[in-house]
Design a protein around this ligand. Structure first.
Ligand code: PLP
Length: 371
C-alpha cells in the first residue's frame, strides 16, 4: 500500500495493520462476538488514562464534535451554568454548542496561543456560584498549546464543578491520569493519537458523575450521554448502528498502543516534534509558540514575509511527494504541522528535506512576517 505522511492534525497516519483490520467478515453489530469487541475497547480506553472501575467509556458514531455536543448538552444541569475556557477554535466550539442549546455559559477568554491564567479562572468561579461545570480543551489544536489540565482539575474540585475535558487531540499521545486531573468526562476520537480510523468518538466518564446527569434536561435525542451509557450497559450493544469496520480498526490500534506503551508513544512523538522544531528553525522559519507552551504534537509555523511564498503552492509540491500539510487557524498567516500518527524520525527528516527543496526551488527568503 502506498504510504502517505499526514502532518495534518488527524485523521493521522496509520499502520498498514490498522488499515488491514478494516477488512473483516461481515458481522451484525447485535451479535455477542461484536459486543465482546466493544466491551474490550471500552475497557482499553479507560485503561489508557489509568482509570479504574469507577470509570467507563461511552462510544458514539461520529467525529470529535459529536462528543463535544453530547457532553455539553447532557452534562450541564437545567438551572446551572458552564464556564468555558477559550484560547482557540475548539474552546469556541464549546461556546457555539452551549449557545445552540440555549445553555447558560460563562466564557473565560484568552487570545489564541495564550496560556490560560488559572488565577483569572478562579476569580470567575469564586464570583459565580451558578457555575457548576467547567469545559476546557486540553491540547488546543488551533495553535498547539497545551492547557493546564491538573491545575484546572484542582479548581473544579475546589469549587465543586463537573470537569469536562476535550482531550480529542491529546488522548493516547500525551500521558493523562484521569484520577489525578479529576476529569469527570474526557473526550476523544478513534482517529487522532490512538492512530485508528475516523468514525468513532467516545467519552470516558466517572460513573458517579454520569449518575448525576441522569435527570438533566434531555436536549438531544441521538447524543444523550446517559441513555447511550445505559443502553450499552443493559444490552452490550450500541443504541444505533456503529461503524462496524472502524471498530475493528480501533481494536487493532489499541493493541498497537499497548505494544508500544503510552510513555514510549509520548517519547516518540516528542522526538519527532523536537526534530521538526529544530529543522524548521534551522531552515529559518518562525514559530508561533515558545517551546514550553507546546504540546509536543503540533507546531504553528508563521508564513515568511516573502511574496514568493505561497501556502497552496507549497502544499501541492509536498502533496505530490507524499506529505500533507495543513493551513493555519489563527489571525496571523500561518500553517500547521502535526506529528501525531505512525511517524518515525526518518519521516520527519524526509519531510524537512522536501521543504528545503521547495524553498530552494522557489528561491524563498525565510524572513518572518512581522505583526
Ligand atoms: C481539540 C479538538 N477538539 C475537537 C475537534 C473536532 O473534531 P472533529 O473535526 O472530528 O469533529 C478537533 C479536531 O481536530 C480537535 O482537535
Amino acid at each position: 500500500m502506498k504510504r502517505t505522511i499526514l502532518l495534518s492534525p488527524g485523521p493521522a497516519t496509520t499502520t498498514d495493520t490498522v488499515k488491514q483490520a478494516l477488512v473483516v467478515p461481515d458481522i451484525c453489530p447485535r451479535e455477542r462476538d461484536f459486543s465482546t469487541v466493544l466491551q474490550g475497547i471500552c475497557r482499553d480506553l479507560v485503561a489508557i488514562v489509568k482509570g479504574d472501575d469507577a470509570y467507563t467509556a461511552v462510544l458514539f458514531s461520529g467525529s470529535g464534535t459529536a462528543v463535544m455536543d453530547s457532553a455539553i448538552s447532557s452534562v450541564v444541569p437545567g438551572n446551572k451554568k458552564v464556564a468555558i475556557l477559550v484560547n482557540g477554535a475548539y474552546g469556541e466550539r464549546f461556546v457555539d454548542i452551549a449557545q445552540s442549546y440555549g445553555i447558560p455559559y460563562v466564557p473565560v477568554l484568552f487570545d489564541a496561543g495564550t496560556a490560560i491564567d488559572t488565577g483569572r479562572v478562579e476569580t470567575v468561579l469564586k464570583n459565580d456560584p451558578a457555575i457548576s461545570c467547567i469545559a476546557m480543551v486540553h491540547h488546543e489544536t488551533t495553535t498547539g498549546i497545551l492547557n493546564p489540565l491538573d491545575e484546572i482539575g484542582q479548581l473544579a474540585e475546589k469549587y465543586r464543578c463537573t470537569f469536562i475535558v476535550d482531550a480529542i487531540s491529546s488522548f493516547a499521545g500525551i500521558p493523562i491520569d484521569i484520577r489525578q486531573c479529576r476529569a469527570d468526562f474526557l473526550l476523544s476520537t478513534s482517529n487522532k493519537c490512538i492512530q485508528g480510523m475516523a468514525g468513532l468518538a467516545f467519552i470516558i466518564c466517572k460513573k458517579s458523575a454520569l449518575e448525576q446527569v441522569k435527570n438533566n434536561p434531555k436536549r438531544s435525542y441521538y447524543l444523550d450521554l446517559y441513555n447511550q451509557y445505559l443502553s450499552f450497559e443493559k444490552s452490550g450493544q450500541t443504541r444505533f448502528t456503529p461503524p462496524v469496520q472502524v471498530v475493528y480498526a480501533l481494536q487493532q490500534a489499541l493493541s498497537e498502543f499497548f505494544s508500544e506503551g503510552g510513555e514510549n508513544r509520548y517519547a516518540r512523538y516528542t522526538e519527532n516534534w523536537r526534530l521538526l522544531r529544530a529543522g524548521l528553525l534551522g531552515l529559518g522559519f518562525s514559530l508561533l509558540l515558545p517551546e514550553d507552551l507546546e504540546s509536543h504534537i503540533l507546531l504553528t509555523v508563521l508564513e515568511p514575509d516573502d511574496p514568493k511564498f505561497d501556502f497552496d503552492r507549497m502544499h501541492d509540491y509536498l502533496y505530490e511527494r507524499g506529505f500533507t500539510i495543513y493551513p493555519g487557524k489563527i489571525r496571523q498567516k500561518s500553517f500547521r504541522l502535526s506529528i501525531m500518527g505512525d511517524l518515525s524520525p526518518e519521516d520527519i527528516r524526509a519531510f524537512l528535506d522536501a521543504v528545503k527543496a521547495f524553498i530552494k526551488a522557489h528561491e524563498i527568503s525565510l524572513v518572518p512576517v512581522s505583526y
